[in-house]
Design a protein around this ligand. Sequence first.
Ligand code: SAH
Length: 271
Amino acid sequence: MAQAPKRPHFPAHINSSRAPLVPVTARKAAARASGVPTKWQGAGGRHDLAKPDIDQDPIPARARMVELLAVQGIKDAQVLRAFGAVDRRQFVDTALASQAYEDTALPIGLGQTISKPGVIARMVELLIRGLPRDATGRVGRVLDIGTGCGYQALVLAQVASEVYSIERLRALHERARINLRPLRVANVRLIFGDGMKGYPDGAPYAAIIAAAGGEQVPEAWIDQLAYGGRIVAPVSSGTEQVLMVVDKSRAGIARRALETVNFVPLKSGKA
Ligand code: SAH
C-alpha cells in the first residue's frame, strides 16, 4: 500500500484540499488558549531533533484539533485549554489512534462511540457559560451521564471542581476506569449505574451533561440540579434529536431547544 504523504506539523501552512481555511487570528488565539506546545521539542528542547511522524506524536495533531474547534466557533479559552490538555488517543483502540484527533465519533465497543470533539466542546461551552466559578475558574460539581470510555469526563475535569460520571454498561465503566487510572485524576468519580435516575448521592449538581438522548430530560436530573444550574442533553423531537438546555432557578425551569444532534439512545437499567 502506498504510504500516505506526511502531514505538516502545526502551525505550518497546510497546503492541501483537506486543509480548512483558518483565519490567522483564530489560529493564533486557539494556539494561545490551548496551552499545547505548537512546536515539537525533542528531549533537549531543540526544534531540529528528528521530528516524529504526526501519528506517533499527538501534540501537533491535538493542537490542530483545538485550532479547528476555535474555527468552528468555540470561544471559551478554558474549554479550548481543556481539549488541549487531554490526550484523546488514550481513549480509543490502538488501531484508531491515528484518527484520534479527527473531528469524528469513533467506536469504543458495545455499539457505543466516543463523541465528536466538536460536539463535546459545544456542549461543554454551553454548560458552563455564565455559571458561578471558584477561585480557579472552575464550575462546581458536574454529573456526566454516559461515561463511555471516559474522555468527556476527563475534559470536564479540567473545567469543573468535581465530576461524577455514570455509565450503565459495566464493560465500559471498567474500561473508563482502566483508561483514567494511570492519569491519577483526583476530581473524577466513576459510577456504575443507571444515569436515568441521576446520582442522588452527589446532588445537588452545578451542571448535568448527557452523552445519550431520551424522549425527555428525566425529572430526576432536574430534581438533582442546584438552583442556578444547567442541564445540556440530547432529547428526541419527532424523528430528530435536538440539544436541550435546561436552566433551573427559583423562579422556575427554562428550556431551550437548539440544533439537531445525533447521540446514542439513553437506556434504562444496567447491563
Ligand atoms: N462521554 C462518552 C460518550 C459515550 S456514548 C465518551 O466520552 O466516550 C454514550 C454512553 O451513554 C454509552 O456508553 C451508553 O452506554 C451510555 N448510556 C446510555 N444510557 C445510559 C444510562 N441510562 N445511564 C448511564 N449511561 C448510559
